[in-house]
Design a protein around this ligand. Structure first.
Ligand code: ADP
Ligand code: MG
Length: 247
């Protein structure tokens, strides 16, 4: 089997008496969408924060492309290939779609932010940003003010921003939240194509999306992975049904 793109090895995180991550080991393989599901408070976001570098685990390691990144901060992990998306607040709402994408591309270029005004005239940077916007289907909206985009289009833009950094994996925490059924269906089709760019670790509550997209599903309950398997395996597991699906 191909080496995993990302793996966690025994991630453990306590908040006082609460063990939010209890020895979480999972991996994401090339080309796959690995979904993480679980009830509210199960520790899904805590897991994502430890993978992305915003939260330091008490124990355990995170490996990205064979490199131990546990000691790296968020920015260094992004440079190492971790594509964190769906941080809506990170978009500059009054700026254009193109400017937001160029901001991402600029981050990759390593140039100081104070040169941003001049960098907006940089043809290479602009070409890269336009290419990423075209790949997410926003080619017709380059000059739209970001605030005028629909919820779904903003999520496409967030993916485009991540794409400018040429990520080797996408990490997403509940991208379908607040989208409604049409929006979720559209984003589901979009993520299905996005996996050709890089594999996805997808935390998601929307079971229709998870069952449509996931190659593998891990079920998290009280900070512990109680099962990992294909959609069919997870759906037919008596333990999972009892602990989570409530069937
Ligand atoms: P999920 O994303 O699955 O809903 P979270 O990872 O957000 O769950 O939270 C897991 C548990 O850890 C919850 O009980 C939550 O209240 C607790 N928790 C999360 N972050 C903190 C924190 N910074 N300090 C204390 N408790 C926290
Ligand atoms: Mg959460």
């Amino acid at each position: 089997m191909a080496d995993p793109v990302l793996s966690t090895d025994g991630l453990t995180k306590r908040f006082g008496a609460l063990t939010a991550s209890d020895g979480i080991s999972l991996d994401v393989r090339p080309g796959e969408i690995h979904a993480v599901i679980g009830p509210n408070g199960a520790g899904k976001s805590t897991l994502i924060h430890q993978i992305c570098g915003g939260l330091r685990p008490d124990h355990g390691r995170v490996h990205l492309l064979g490199q131990d990144v546990t000691a790296l901060n968020t920015a260094a992990r992004a440079r190492a290939g971790l594509g964190r998306t769906f941080q809506i607040s990170a978009l500059a709402m009054e700026d254009s779609v193109l400017q937001n994408a160029m901001l991402g591309a600029l981050g990759r270029s390593g140039r100081p932010w104070r040169f941003f005004g001049r960098a907006l005239g940089d043809a290479d940077l602009r070409a890269r940003a336009e290419d990423c916007l075209a790949r997410v289907g926003l080619a017709d909206h380059l000059h739209a003010r970001t605030a005028t985009l629909s919820h779904g289009q903003r999520r496409q833009l967030e993916v485009a921003v991540a794409l400018t950094l040429e990520p080797r994996i996408f990490i997403m925490d509940e991208p379908m939240a607040g989208l409604g059924s049409d929006g979720s269906a559209k984003l589901t089709r979009f993520l299905d194509r996005l996996r050709e760019e890089a594999p996805i670790l997808l935390v998601e509550h929307d079971m229709d999306a998870v069952f449509a997209l996931a190659d593998r599903v891990s079920v998290l309950v009280y900070g512990r992975v109680i099962a990992t398997g294909t959609v069919a395996e997870i759906r037919s597991s008596a333990e999972v049904r009892e602990a989570y699906l409530g069937e």
